[in-house]
Design a protein around this ligand. Structure first.
Ligand SMILES: [Zn+2]
Length: 372
């Protein structure tokens, strides 16, 4: 009898919890980049939230919420925009109060689960005010002397909320690409007449179209995007280089890869070029296409020659693909898949400091030979 009462009580509790429809906050992450702070909370579907901004504080209210212990600890964070975080609880309503260092533009939205994240995500972005960004851009305008320098744009693939491919032993592509990119940048910066600029310098996500805009704003002469490959089979190995094609991928493989790279923007706000941008791009595109394609091809060949010396090649000639990151008008642009992170042996190599240096050096030598 007692057992039955327990069962009845248990059922009642279960159903009332269900009727409450509490939102569990499963996890919390934040990413600080030079122009924004992104806060991501893993939530159950149908989360009810509000955002209030007042002077230098903003409050994120979540109704009917339940916070897991591990999540709770992570919530108290600070960065260059968040001065202090406090949590106020009123029954099941939580108010996260963020004290800010300045005034920011706040955008919030939810994202559905995908192959990397099993929960719905509530995203809050704090953007630096536009006029601050303009001021920064003005300072950057190159002088005549600087213009003689070749600006090499190095693009470490993925970052922040977008981990990229996950290796057999769980290494993340985003870490490897950043590490190789930084090594490559160092080599370039010690070369006379060359300067490297990275599209990202830390673990945060930069939208694909923004990566292109960074190249344009800095009047880059080359664009090199760095990635690590992944497929289902653990045996696939070797490096590949992709150049841009007018009509997207030339092979089935290139098309698949293209689809996975281009969907990366689902990790943040969907980035669609507005009409004006598209128009501008189209013109620049048509003007530069012919020359750029042969130049990119040449750059690809030079880099493959070097990569061949230090490891296997997955594809012996540059492949064609229509990645968004490669659509940089007027400058030779390539995407290097350094090795397969899905291959346990190559994953180990990609994580090895010396091997990363070899890869960076091969790309560097390829760039030098391209300019010879
Ligand atoms: Zn990638």
């Amino acid at each position: 009898m007692r057992r039955l009462a327990g069962l009845v009580f248990g059922l009642f509790f279960l159903s009332s919890a269900y009727a409450d429809n509490k939102t569990t906050l499963h996890d919390f992450r934040f990413w600080s980049s030079p122009d924004r702070t992104r806060i991501v909370i893993d939530v159950d579907p149908g989360v009810r939230f509000s955002i209030n901004q007042k002077n230098s504080q903003f409050t994120l209210g979540i109704r009917n919420a339940k916070i897991l212990k591990d999540t709770y600890k992570k919530l108290f964070f600070t960065d260059q925009r968040i001065k202090k975080t406090r949590i106020k609880r009123d029954g099941t309503t939580y108010q996260f109060k963020f004290k800010l260092h300045g005034q920011y533009q706040i955008k919030s939205y939810t994202l559905k689960p995908n192959d990397k994240y099993r929960y719905n995500r509530l995203v809050v972005d704090l953007y630096d005010q536009k006029n601050q960004a303009v001021k920064k851009a003005k300072i950057k305008t190159p002088t005549i002397q600087q213009r003689a320098t070749k600006i090499i744009l190095i693009d470490p693939g993925h970052g922040g909320e977008d981990p990229g491919a996950i290796g057999y032993k769980h290494s993340k592509e985003k870490r490897i690409t950043l590490s190789i990119a930084k090594k490559l940048a160092k080599k370039i910066n010690t070369t006379k007449g060359m300067k490297a600029i990275l599209t990202r310098r830390g673990d945060y996500y930069v939208g694909l179209t923004k990566r292109i805009r960074i190249a344009q704003a800095n009047k880059a002469s080359l664009f090199v995007s760095i990635h690590a490959d992944a497929v289902k089979s653990r045996r696939a190995h070797g490096a590949s280089v992709y150049t841009l094609s007018d009509r997207g991928g030339s092979t089935k493989f290139a098309r698949r890869l293209e689809a996975s790279q281009n969907t990366a923007d689902q990790f943040g706000v969907k980035q669609r070029l507005n009409n004006k941008d598209q128009y501008l791009n189209k013109i620049l595109w048509d003007l530069s296409r012919k020359d750029r394609n042969t130049q990119s091809q040449k750059l690809g060949v030079k880099i493959l020659e070097q990569l061949k010396k230090i490891g296997h090649l997955h594809k012996k000639t540059p492949q064609k693909a229509g990645f968004v990151v490669l659509k940089t008008p007027a400058i030779p642009s390539i995407l290097v898949e350094t090795a397969f992170i899905s291959n346990p042996k190559e994953e180990e190599r990609l994580n090895n400091n010396k091997e990363q240096d070899k890869i960076a050096n091969a790309i560097y030598q390829g760039i030098i030979n391209f300019y010879k």
